[in-house]
Design a protein around this ligand. Structure first.
Ligand SMILES: Nc1ncnc2c1ncn2[C@@H]1O[C@H](COP(=O)(O)OP(=O)(O)O)[C@@H](O)[C@H]1O
Ligand SMILES: [Mg+2]
Length: 266
């Protein structure tokens, strides 16, 4: 995302929060996995501050593992994970969250037996003093505002996903990792979610987006990374990617099917 220019063409001042580093998140030579199962193999990834980066690849490629490693839910066995220029490889997930990272995991991450309002309050971290988060979430997803007393579990899948996504507004993160947040949702709902994500990105929040809707992901992304078998196989701008080959051959159309073929960079 580019920053605003004033009429004289000068760049508007950056918000103080992004002053310290031009790189929000960096993985360098990272290996990670589950017990003896190695998944990520020598992964290098640079996410510039304020950018929207797509991470695409077939099922089992290691995308979720990468996001979990970045958020600190998995510890890398080798390599360096850093946020805003500082290594965070040894810090716990809650410490990384306090530094501004927020993972929206696969599936609907809501408490079904709690109301919408209770879920939103639960999303506010204990260290977060800001009290406007609920208002921001409702502004992003107005439908939730009409359902504050409704049990989350009684809402549609799309409404539950918007509630899960609200964390990215409530907790005021600086980096949001999104794991297939449009999975299984109607196109109209996906549109609404992407509109909200565009606004979030425009406000300066850095996004790392794992998506099955390839063309939607590419339409919002400044940079795209392809992953296969635990390795990054392509990293560059969406324009440099052979999108037809990607969509038809690699991910089986939109949304992605289970079968994956080869992907080519131009
Ligand atoms: N909890 C786990 N324990 C062991 N292996 C896992 C676990 N979760 C995922 N895997 C394996 O790690 C590999 C990468 O999975 P994942 O990161 O979920 O891929 P993706 O998100 O790209 O579909 C797969 O081979 C998967 O079977
Ligand atoms: Mg996954």
């Amino acid at each position: 995302m580019t920053r605003m220019h004033d009429p004289l063409g000068r760049m508007a001042p950056k918000p103080a929060a992004v002053e310290e580093s031009g790189v929000a998140l960096e993985l360098s030579g990272v290996f990670s996995g589950y017990g003896d199962t190695a998944v990520l193999r020598d992964v290098d990834l640079v996410i510039p501050t304020g950018s929207v980066v797509a991470l695409l690849g077939p099922n089992g490629a290691g995308k979720t593992t990468l996001l979990r490693t970045a958020a600190g839910l998995l510890r890398q066995s080798a390599g360096v994970v850093s946020m805003f220029g500082s290594s965070v490889g040894r810090t716990a997930p809650h410490e990384r969250a306090a530094r501004g990272i927020c993972l929206i995991p696969e599936g609907r991450g809501v408490f079904p037996g709690l109301t919408v309002a209770e879920n939103l309050r639960m999303q506010r971290p204990t260290w977060c003093r800001d009290k406007d988060g609920l208002d921001r979430a409702i502004e992003a997803f107005p439908d939730l505002g009409h359902r504050m007393d409704q049990l989350a579990g009684s809402m549609s899948g799309g409404q539950q996903q918007m509630l899960a996504l609200s964390r990215a507004w409530v907790a005021q993160p600086r980096i949001v990792l999104l794991d297939e947040v449009s999975m299984g949702l109607a196109p109209r709902v996906v549109d609404e979610i992407f509109t909200a994500l565009r606004r979030l990105a425009a406000s300066g929040v850095t996004l790392l987006l794992v998506e099955q809707y390839v063309s939607r992901a590419l339409s919002i992304a400044d940079q795209v990374n392809l992953m296969d078998k635990g390795e990054i196989s392509f990293s560059g701008s969406p324009q440099d990617l052979d999108q037809d080959a990607l969509v038809s051959g690699y991910l089986g159309g939109e949304p992605a099917g289970p079968d994956a073929g080869a992907v080519r960079a131009r």
